[in-house]
Design a binder for this molecule. Structure first.
Ligand SMILES: Cc1cc2nc3c(=O)[nH]c(=O)nc-3n(C[C@H](O)[C@H](O)[C@H](O)COP(=O)(O)OP(=O)(O)OC[C@H]3O[C@@H](n4cnc5c(N)ncnc54)[C@H](O)[C@@H]3O)c2cc1C
Length: 415
């Protein structure tokens, strides 16, 4: 028999789970189901990231990223305190390593103040060393509210709350077709069909495919960018106390390789940003023709390639050359040598690209025909997950009205 739910969320990453949890808090009597194609939740971006609780300093004032990151930090930390998820507000340094970077550093400081961040400090060369004795830089910003956390653990805590409230999470359940009839959406999965009044697409690296599956014409594609890390050798971890970041290049939506202390111990260096040859391509050798053809046949890809070609080639070089990777890191901590780094993990970012070749910077969402598509939620979406969930739930309600009054939402029983 076909299953039924008031809300189906496709994608058991941190954004999908936060959305299901928010729904179950607001509408405990209207069942929610999360579909996740992998055997476990948090298997992709949520389980392969830097584990940083971002402060909101980087994002343009008024952008969704700025609003949701700042709101998300407070919500996330409160949730973690209530549910025993460890995190540490260790603060971070952003350092300008040349005079040319100073105007951008000052702009970041202004953005941070504009976004309401408390306690920001502009530092001189000597003050940088009070926080990070081995870091180099002409000036820096200390950002006290930045923290570290394990987002896979956060996602598991969200999942536990969903289950406690009577929601369901089906792992190894891949959405393969989506159709709309009347006021209902039917999702076909490898384990059967599920009927719902409303669907949220939180498919991460596959969100564009899911939106096409649902018949939406969104004029964007997901381009996968792999981020590779090295780990600092145990006896060199003392070179980094917390987090040390460069001033990001404003033309590119990534932050540049940096040092990150992990909540579970150890220090990572990275990630770079290499165009991946598979959406879930965690290794240099990963290749999936369907994925490459997917973006190579999208008109915006070649516009982007022309614009970022040089940076892209440099990133490939740095991916294969440890020496080049170390040279970037030495700008931040000059004492680091190749021998101090051992290969670490990797993650793949889902980055939306427009038909006009623009890497979409801000979070982006689209509603079409009973489905809310979460189109672009790159970093800091893990930090912002609870704020995103509120926005998504508000958007659903804006489109359907009070779910209790919408006939098709009337508490269908799960069988
Ligand atoms: C290298 C890297 C570093 C990052 N660092 C940070 C950081 O320090 N701080 C921060 O805040 N953010 C960071 N981010 C960003 C953050 O990890 C992501 O923005 C966030 O995890 C996105 O969550 P999500 O739920 O949208 O995606 P995902 O975690 O990718 O989840 C999507 C899920 O959908 C499932 N799915 C896809 N298609 C289907 C289908 N057809 N049927 C069923 N399930 C499906 C997938 O299996 C997957 O589990 C980083 C990201 C990367 C890659």
């Amino acid at each position: 028999m076909r299953k039924k739910a008031s809300l189906v969320v496709v994608g058991g990453g941190i954004v999908g789970l936060a959305t299901a949890m928010e729904w179950s808090a607001r509408y405990p009597d209207l069942p929610v189901v999360v579909l996740e194609k992998e055997r476990e939740i948090a298997s992709h971006q949520t389980g392969h990231n830097s584990g940083v609780i971002h402060s909101g300093i980087y994002y343009k004032s008024g952008s969704l990223k700025a609003q949701m990151c700042v709101a998300g930090v407070a919500l996330l930390e409160r949730f973690c305190e209530e549910h025993g998820v460890p995190f540490e507000s260790c603060g971070k340094l952003i350092v300008a390593t040349s005079n040319e970077e100073l105007p951008r550093l000052e702009e970041l400081f202004r953005r941070g103040v504009g976004n309401g961040l408390q306690g920001l400090r502009m530092l001189g060369r000597e003050e940088i060393r009070e926080y990070e004795p081995h870091a180099a830089g002409v000036r820096g910003i200390h950002v006290p509210v930045t923290g570290i956390i394990d987002y896979a653990r956060v996602a598991k805590a969200y999942a536990a709350v969903i289950l406690e409230r009577g929601g369901e999470i089906y792992c190894s359940s891949e959405a393969r077709a989506i159709s709309r009839s009347g006021n209902e959406t039917v999702v076909e999965t490898n384990t059967g069909e599920i009927e719902t009044a409303f669907l949220v697409n939180c498919g991460g690296l596959h969100s564009d495919r899911l939106s096409r599956m649902a018949g939406a014409k969104l004029d964007l594609t997901i381009v996968p960018f792999r981020g590779e890390y090295y780990d600092l050798a145990k006896d060199k971890e003392l070179l980094v106390r917390g987090l040390i970041y460069p001033v990001p290049d404003p033309r590119f939506p990534f932050l540049g390789v940096h040092f990150t202390r992990r909540i579970g111990g150890g220090v990572e260096a990275g990630p770079n940003a290499v165009l991946a040859l598979a959406r879930e391509g965690y290794n240099k050798q990963s290749f999936k023709a369907k994925d490459v053809l997917g973006y190579a046949t999208f008109p915006g890809f070649w516009i982007m390639a022309a614009k970022y070609g040089k940076v892209g080639v440099e990133e490939y070089y740095r991916s294969w050359s440890k020496r080049a990777f170390v040279r970037s890191l030495q700008k931040l901590v000059p004492e680091i040598t190749e021998a101090d780094l051992v290969p670490g993990g990797s993650g793949v970012r889902a980055q939306a690209l427009s038909r006009r070749g623009k890497l979409i910077d801000d979070f982006s969402f689209a509603y079409a025909d009973g489905v809310l598509h979460v189109c672009n939620v790159p970093s800091p979406a893990a930090t912002a997950s609870l704020a995103i969930a509120k926005y998504v739930t508000d958007t659903i309600v804006r489109h359907v009205g009070d779910p209790h009054r919408t006939a098709s939402f009337a508490a269908p029983a799960l069988d």
